[in-house]
Write a protein that binds this ligand. Structure first.
Ligand SMILES: *[C@@H]1O[C@H](CO)[C@@H](O)[C@H](O)[C@H]1NC(C)=O
Ligand SMILES: *[C@@H]1O[C@H](CO)[C@@H](O)[C@H](O)[C@H]1NC(C)=O
Length: 463
């Protein structure tokens, strides 16, 4: 590994575009499976929204570089580990179609079963394709290509399948959701791809899993993640875990050119004092392991940290993990040994007087490497071509609950113990009894007045 490798490791930002390629790629057989979803939509429209689905999360910023959930897909259900990514919409899994560039063995790949989505389907246009895309025969499959800013890519076709979820009382529901069956993955960077089975897309667009669950009437379009410093956490879709007070909210940029979760301009503070860096837009992206500041902000923060370390027992050192590192008198084991030498970094959103503060303590912007050095988990975004974007990645998200509220177009955060599941969902540590592997846990759905419909739903598994 070298610094470049680590820097470019993970997709931090959804770029590129999708397009159809009708002649070049293999076809799956079409079926009727996909076409029900608009009917389902109509059917579920009247039901009350009031549920959330919750999944335990595993992963870390270093050495793994990602956080993931286990999710069942299909009937019979098969388990997939998916990288949670609020920076892109499309969920995809490695697909036995057969597959180029899959890292999972065939037995662990998704097997399509006459369940491709026709290109005439509404969700196919959700791919944001260029104008005049060909859909000559409405029954043709909907092909996709997605590229990420670390140059990894996936090509495949959209399919629709069941996502079995467990209700708190033990019953199961089976919403049909659309995702990508990726049969050609490229990873031209020097770093190996993350070993997960695919990506869980939680962006703002139509294809995002949260948007789909919302349009089925299952949950509100709200995503919550809580990533701990200890390799655990939880992910929820729906708004039931959102605390009724204490959350700091800031609005999403209204004129954002992309479907990213971009906030309005923020100011950068160090040790509660202004750095002079203002007006920077941030994208909240759980698909990025580190945080990226533009060259100006990066330089400012680096200067301040270095100045502050003068006279402290930490010396500059080279470490292949990240570009900026320090060593102690002997190899470091934990951030607890050195965090006292670093100050809090604060992002102030909104205006100066009563802006919204995101406070980032040293343990949420530093890592300890395998060699026992302490390294800065903030990287130079300009160097990797991010230009006007700044990205907040997993490292900053540790120890806070982050709420992406698409209902009210805002983002919130609150300091939280992410090792514990909130009480409404069983409380305590994440256990497999409470969360049967890959089924998540969804609180009682549709507690509206029409009980006959409620019954139907769970028993015929038709959500
Ligand atoms: C950040 O990257 C830009 C573009 O490559 C470069 O000009 C600048 O010197 C870098 N900043 C630092 C502090 O390395
Ligand atoms: C669980 O709750 C659902 C929704 O209220 C209901 O339809 C189902 O019958 C319940 N299952 C059991 C085993 O009680």
């Amino acid at each position: 590994m070298n610094p470049i490798k680590e820097t470019m490791n993970l997709r931090f930002f959804f770029v590129f575009f999708f397009f159809y390629v009708f002649l070049l790629f293999p076809r799956f057989q079409l079926s009727e499976a996909a076409k029900d979803s608009s009917a389902q939509q109509v059917k579920l429209q009247n039901r009350r929204l009031g549920s959330s689905v919750v999944f335990p999360v595993s992963g870390n910023v270093y050495p793994l570089g990602y956080y993931y959930v286990l999710l069942n897909i299909g009937n019979p259900p098969k388990l997939f580990d998916l990288d949670i990514d609020t920076g892109s919409d499309l969920t995809w899994v490695q697909c036995d179609a057969p597959c180029n560039g899959c890292t999972k063995p065939r037995a662990k790949q998704y097997k399509p079963n006459h369940n491709t989505l026709p290109c005439s389907h509404l969700l196919c246009s959700g791919l944001d394709l260029p104008q005049n895309r060909p859909c000559a025969d409405p029954q043709d499959q909907c092909d996709y290509e997605i590229g990420y800013s670390d140059h990894a890519s996936s090509i495949g076709a959209l399919v629709t399948d069941e996502f079995p979820l467990r209700l708190a009382n033990g019953s199961a529901v089976h919403p049909h959701l659309t995702f990508g069956c990726g049969y050609d993955q490229q990873n031209p960077g020097p770093h190996p791809p993350p070993p997960t089975a695919g990506i869980l897309g939680l962006g703002r667009g139509k294809l995002s899993i949260s948007t789909q669950l919302k349009s089925l009437g299952a949950t509100k379009n709200v995503i919550v993640h809580c990533l701990s410093h200890n390799g655990k956490g939880f992910l929820s879709i729906g708004d039931e875990l959102v605390p009724s007070s204490g959350v700091t909210w800031t609005s999403l940029a209204t004129n954002s050119p992309s479907k990213n979760y971009m906030t309005g301009p923020a100011e950068l503070l160090f040790n509660a004092k202004t750095t002079g860096v203002k007006g920077i837009n941030f994208v909240f992206d759980s698909g990025s392991s580190y945080t990226y500041f533009n060259a100006e902000a990066y330089q400012a923060i680096l200067d301040l940290i270095r100045k502050d370390l003068n006279g402290k027992p930490l010396k500059d050192t080279e470490d292949q993990s990240l570009p900026v590192c320090w060593k102690g008198k002997k190899p470091l084991k934990s951030l607890d040994e050195v965090k006292k030498y670093f100050k809090t970094i604060t992002l102030r959103f909104g205006n100066q007087k009563n802006g919204q503060l995101l406070q980032v303590p040293p343990e949420s912007y530093l890592i300890i490497t395998e060699k026992g050095n302490v390294c800065l988990g903030i990287l130079n975004g300009t160097e990797v071509g991010l230009d006007s974007y700044n990205i907040i990645g997993d490292i900053f998200f540790q120890g806070i609950m982050v709420i992406y509220d698409n209902e009210q177009h805002r983002i919130g955060w609150i300091s939280t113990d992410c090792d514990k599941i909130p009480n409404e969902y069983g409380g305590g540590d994440v256990t497999e009894e409470a969360y049967p592997r890959g089924f998540g846990l969804i609180t009682e759905l549709f507690s509206g007045t029409d009980s006959s419909k409620n019954k139907n739903l769970a028993s015929d598994g038709e959500l």
